[in-house]
Design a protein around this ligand. Structure first.
Ligand SMILES: *[C@@H]1O[C@H](CO)[C@@H](O)[C@H](O)[C@H]1NC(C)=O
Ligand SMILES: *[C@@H]1O[C@H](CO)[C@@H](O)[C@H](O)[C@H]1NC(C)=O
Length: 265
């Protein structure tokens, strides 16, 4: 299917897309790599993008998939959190004529996020909730963004901590923004905790601490599986408290984006 997609894209005149579970895009990795290398605008509509797919279990639950494709040059990996972010993903995918895209979509229903616009999501990452005097930034993608919103409430109510929220639907697109914009999203002075229910590999670029899943998932109803691995408001809040405590005596915390040499495009 991936090879056919490449043939259709090379021939031109049509915009080919393929649909499968995100985990099985890995099975087409050779074809995806050729799309990237050949500058083909192919689109993978990759559903069932996490352990949230439920009872099919670990054979169908992606863990390393996003880390793999984020490492692939000239490939956009999107993991939208709601309808507007999904529109942004399609818009950028369709208007990027020389780059393939993988759009990772959840199986479970997700709420529309207040404050999310197509314009903001098109920048690859944006501040979803700003707060004065923040103790921590939570950065997240897809189905975990709305859980982070509840975790921020939990942090305010039970721990007296203020959390900023950042949604980063596409790393590759965010990396092309100006340094000024990127530092406004992840500023100095605030420790950052990333939350994504997959391999944490690569998240060090955007966060000081990472909450993810560095093991295979489990078979069960999606809410039970999320609970087992603590991808709940309480589970995220617990790790946010640990992050704040660990970093509180560190003066001048630098944004993870502030490095000796940075990817400036
Ligand atoms: C979605 O984005 C549009 C503009 O891009 C905005 O008008 C609308 O309010 C957004 N929806 C939500 C739920 O925020
Ligand atoms: C959280 O931030 C406030 C400033 O907004 C600060 O006064 C407080 O000490 C911080 N809490 C912790 C636990 O670092």
């Amino acid at each position: 299917m991936g090879a056919i997609l490449n043939g259709l894209a090379a021939y031109g005149t049509i915009l080919p897309y393929a649909g499968t579970f995100l985990n099985f895009v890995s099975y087409a990795a050779g074809a995806v790599r050729l799309s990237a290398l050949s500058h083909f605008r192919t689109i993978w509509v990759a559903t069932h993008d996490s352990i949230g797919l439920g009872e099919d279990g670990p054979t169908h639950q992606p863990i390393e998939t996003l880390a793999h494709f984020r490492a692939l040059p000239n490939c956009m990996v999107w993991r939208p959190a709601d309808g507007n972010e999904t529109s942004a993903a399609y818009h950028v995918a369709l208007t990027s004529k020389n780059t393939p895209s993988i759009v990772a979509l959840s199986r479970q229903n997700l709420p529309q996020l207040e404050g999310c616009t197509i314009e903001k999501a098109s920048k690859g990452a944006y501040v979803l909730q700003e707060v004065e005097g923040a103790n921590i930034t939570l950065i997240s993608t897809g189905s975990e963004v709305s859980i982070c919103i509840d975790a921020a409430k939990e942090l305010a109510e039970k721990h007296g901590l203020k959390a900023r929220l950042v949604s980063i639907p596409c790393w590759e697109v965010f990396d092309t923004q100006s340094k000024e914009y990127r530092l406004s999203v992840l500023p100095d002075g605030v420790p950052v905790l990333s939350v994504e229910v997959m391999s944490t590999m690569g998240w060090e670029r955007y966060s000081h601490e990472q909450f993810g899943l560095n093991r295979f998932g489990a078979s069960g109803a999606y809410k039970d599986v999320y609970k087992k691995f603590e991808f709940t408001p309480e589970g995220i809040a617990k790790r946010a408290v640990a992050t704040v405590n660990f970093w509180k005596d560190v003066p001048n915390i630098r944004s993870p984006l502030n490095r000796a040499f940075q990817q400036l495009i």
